[in-house]
Design a protein around this ligand. Structure first.
Ligand SMILES: [Zn+2]
Length: 413
């Protein structure tokens, strides 16, 4: 069905291009080099016959696969990101291809003795007999999310070459700067014009996600009073010690290291302080909106109680919402998740539906009016030297895209 070597060649042509984004740069896109891949993809989309191919001034590349049926069916979209994570080098990616993997250790870098071992990365056992693409141990691979781009382009090409497969209008978009949290920022939802979309940005085969955290940041500022320590009785207020009281007033088990699944947390990630002033920086995460609000309230309550005790404002809490759980926007249109799930089952893929313990561009897009669950792109161990992708998972993801296009036409045609 899908030409395996053709798909591998396409993927390799993308991953060798350095597209690392930069969280420190407020320019958009955050790195000029993302344009290189964006322009290359623009040419490729025109060459394979896509319509309305448009690379805008912010580095968003959109294109259309026109409908091949007369009925009006919903317009659906597929989205991936062109940048790779700034957490690890994306320069001079040198992919290694292991055919017919036998479940053994893969020496990805002999000189530095870097080994991708199924003893540590157990998921590798799932891919025995398959073709696995790894790094050479010095960079990330960039399957996140160039696997997603490969799958979307390959699916569009396949649909054009197989007009017997009926589908409505399909829109695709490749975005910059997802890894620095800005992939949805300048996304023109109106111009995209889809009724709903899917990000092809999940990990292992079968992943299908439509729930993510509600997220906020909190800065707690504690004011102290410095007096000569020898003469401080009844006078000194040490903000460092009050900071300890504040931290101890939080539930000790509700931290990242002790939570999973739907369990939310407070995460203290930065402390700076002196006797005079201490700042505590937290992030707050919860899938449940009411519990999320309760977490924010708890920080305010602890501050209130401490201020009462001192008859003075010694603790200030500044909370900023960051993003919200897209479940709220997806639940009213749950059929868009059901369609993806049905397609996976038809293709013999076991759907893995689980809440994301983080955010996605899809959550921001969902709140901008484009409901957008996330589908697997196939890779593992994102953002580091152990990243790898089984080619067969990329082929399955391509088939999922084709299957969704076809199923929407069947259901609504
Ligand atoms: Zn990604």
């Amino acid at each position: 069905m899908i030409d395996k070597q053709h798909l591998i060649n396409r993927f390799l042509s993308y991953v060798v291009i350095d597209t690392t984004s930069d969280p420190e740069n407020s320019a958009f896109p955050s790195t000029e080099k993302q344009w290189v891949l964006a322009k290359m993809l623009e040419k490729e989309l025109i060459k394979i016959g896509m319509q309305e191919v448009e690379l805008d001034e912010n580095c968003y590349l959109m294109a259309t696969l026109p409908s091949n049926i007369s009925e009006n069916v919903p317009i659906i979209g597929f989205i991936s990101h062109i940048d790779t994570s700034p957490d690890f080098s994306g320069t001079n990616v040198n992919p290694q291809i292991i055919e017919n993997y036998q479940g053994n250790d893969i020496i990805i870098n002999e000189a530095e003795n870097i080994i991708l071992s199924p003893n540590y990365f157990e998921d590798l056992q799932e891919y025995i007999g398959q073709t696995i693409i790894t790094t050479d141990g010095t960079t990330l691979l960039g399957a996140d999310d160039k696997a997603g781009i490969t799958e979307i382009v390959t699916a569009m090409e396949y649909l054009m070459q197989h007009p017997e497969i009926k589908h409505g209008k399909i829109r695709i978009c490749f975005t910059p700067d997802e890894e620095v949290g800005k992939g949805a920022h300048l996304f023109d939802v109106e111009k995209f014009g889809a009724d709903w979309a899917y990000t092809m940005d999940g990990s292992q085969i079968g992943e299908l996600e439509y729930e993510n955290f509600n997220a906020a940041s909190a800065v707690v500022t504690i004011k102290g009073k410095m007096v000569h320590p020898g003469y401080a009785k009844g006078k000194m207020i040490n903000s460092l010690l009050l900071a300890t009281d504040f931290i101890n007033a939080l539930p000790t088990l509700e931290i990242p290291g002790k939570t999973e699944g739907y369990e939310g947390f407070f995460h203290l990630h930065d402390v700076t302080g002196s006797v005079e002033e201490t700042k505590l920086e937290f992030i707050i995460r919860d899938h449940d909106f009411d519990q999320f609000e309760e977490r924010k309230y708890l920080l305010q309550k602890i501050a209130f109680d401490m201020n009462e005790q001192f008859q003075n404002t010694v603790v200030l809490v500044d909370i900023k919402n960051q993003y919200f759980n897209m479940k709220k926007m997806i639940t009213p249109v749950m059929h868009i998740v059901d369609i993806a799930e049905e397609v996976m089952i038809d293709l013999g893929i076991q759907p893995i539906i689980k809440p994301i313990r983080g955010g996605t561009d899809g959550s921001q897009l969902s709140f901008k009016g484009l409901p957008c669950p996330n589908i697997f792109a196939g890779g593992h161990n994102f953002h580091g030297r152990y990243e790898y992708v089984p080619v067969e998972s990329m082929i399955k993801a391509t088939e999922v895209i084709i299957g969704i296009a076809q199923k929407v036409a069947e259901k609504y045609g």
